[in-house]
Design a protein around this ligand. Structure first.
Ligand code: UD1
Ligand code: CA
Length: 453
């Protein structure tokens, strides 16, 4: 699109009904503040600049809303005097002159860029105001879109609406695109002579029409325009976001056995032919390459899983876990800040932290890298094709060379050279017949007790 556009995002609300110590737009959806979702959609609709109208938590909201690749500034609305008043807080920016002006809300986080673009396309076709509407079974509380002869003639707020008008189920989402050329002139005509004593942005429809402007409404799905006032609505938005994102990933070639039990973060990357089993949680910063399998009940965060690797069931990958091609991290294993080389196996009941494990190495069940001395973290380095016997403790800093063997049950405190065998445990002793003697003595004690001695 060659037209310039300024987005004005209203985010000065008090968030009273959230019952929260912070502005509602800072609450996360899929691990990302709501306001950042809005800003990403705005950026996706090719906006040149954006102004955030902020109130509560102004600084934090501005910071959370500052996305890369778009010039974002903010203005403070100290008093909430209505949506029309809020948009005019951006007067200076609007006066710079843009082809399009787009108004959207910070607490409506699921809008897709396509919806903004559809509204902008109507402006490009000659409309002066484009209202984004939705149809709902429960219109209570929303402004109603009043249509005559196929034209949008007014938006009537609930409080001003007649009984007849209240029956209308086509509602104002609050999102609006306005021709930049006339925006300021019309916005300044809004007054507050209404039931709430507020400056209603919705009055723009009648103001524009009276000035000979063309006003139209476009439809968008209700789910996309859902807003957030309470924690219960926040949970619904989260569910809706998750469902949409899972669906998109499946269409892009990811298999999910029970998608409704898989939870994604805003930035989860799952390549084609990844298989995700049930009850898997992705925290932020996870990339899973093609052909990898994430088995049931695994939890991943800040991790990279290379092609063909397998994770879980019941595995935990923490930040900095980097699994090489075809490697395996199995049940009840935790990996943190560690490289697992190509084809290496960490299959059972193990903790690997601050470590580098070479390709083809096998880490036996119950192995623990003792990376923390109570003050500092230390590194464990294991070469290629090494074999760590079950139930070993590797006390870092320590390194184990290529092809080395560590005997089961070892506590390894000094470096093991390549191809060496290391024991770090007491030597086994065998006493022939001793078990029989112990058993007989025990039986004698029991018999004596029974006899009452
Ligand atoms: C508004 C619309 C209504 C629409 C509804 C959709 C008007 C007059 N009415 O009503 O037609 O159906 O949204 O949800 O526009 N805000 C500010 N500063 C203000 C006032 C509002 O930043 O002074 C922000 C709020 O934080 C919120 C948004 O603007 O994000 C909408 O404000 P709200 O008071 O919820 O508007 P409604 O009365 O619900
Ligand atoms: Ca509202």
């Amino acid at each position: 699109m060659t037209r310039t556009c300024l987005a004005v995002i209203l985010a000065a609300g008090d968030s009273t009904r959230m019952k929260s110590s912070m502005s509602k737009v800072l609450h996360p959806i899929a691990g990302l503040p709501m306001i950042a979702h809005v800003m990403q959609a705005v950026r996706g609709a090719e906006m040149s600049d954006a102004v955030l109208v902020v109130g509560r938590d102004a600084e934090r909201v501005t910071q959370a809303g500052s996305v890369d690749g778009m010039a974002v500034s903010s203005v403070l609305q100290t008093e909430r005097r209505g949506t029309g008043h809020a948009v005019l807080m951006a007067r200076e920016a609007i006066a710079r002159g843009y082809d399009d002006l787009l108004v959207t809300y910070g607490d409506v986080p699921l809008v897709r860029p396509e919806t903004f673009l559809a509204a902008r396309a109507k402006l490009a076709e000659g409309a002066d105001i484009v209202v984004i509407g939705f149809r709902t079974a429960n219109p209570t509380g929303y402004g109603r879109l009043l249509v005559e002869n196929g034209e949008l003639v007014a938006i009537r707020e609930e409080k001003e609406a007649s009984d007849e008008e209240r029956k209308v189920t086509w509602c104002n989402s609050g999102l609006m695109a306005i021709s930049g050329a006339r925006a300021l002139e019309w916005l300044e005509k809004i007054d507050n002579k209404n039931a709430k004593g507020e400056y209603y942005l919705t009055d723009l429809v009648e103001i524009a029409r009276a000035a000979g402007g063309r006003v139209v409404a476009v439809d968008a799905p209700e789910a996309e325009l859902a807003g957030c006032n309470t924690r219960a609505e926040l949970a619904l938005l989260e569910a809706s976001w998750q469902q949409r994102q899972r669906h998109e990933l499946m269409l892009a070639g990811v298999s999910m056995i029970a998608p409704e039990t898989v939870f994604l973060a805003h930035d989860t990357v799952l390549e084609q032919d990844v298989l995700v089993e049930s009850n898997v949680v992705f925290g932020p910063g996870v990339t899973v390459e093609s052909g990898a399998v994430i088995h049931a009940f695994s939890h991943l965060e800040g991790a990279h899983v290379a092609a063909g690797a397998t994770v879980g069931p019941f595995a935990r990958l923490r930040p900095g876990a980097n699994l090489g091609e075809g490697s395996k991290v199995g049940n009840f294993c935790e990996v943190k800040k560690a490289e697992i080389g190509a084809g290496a196996k960490v299959n059972h009941l193990t903790y690997i932290g601050d470590a580098v494990i070479g390709a083809g190495s096998n880490i036996g069940a119950g192995t623990i890298t003792c990376n923390y001395d109570g003050v500092n973290k230390h590194e464990t380095r294991i070469g290629e094709n090494a074999f760590i016997g079950s139930n070993s403790s590797l006390v870092a800093p320590v390194s184990i060379g290529d092809g080395a063997y560590v005997a089961s049950g070892s506590v390894i405190t000094t470096d093991v050279p390549e191809n060496a065998l290391a024991f770090g445990r007491a030597r086994q002793e065998v006493k022939p017949g001793r078990a029989t003697a112990i058993r007989e003595r025990a039986l004698a004690v029991k018999a004596a007790k029974k006899a009452g001695h």
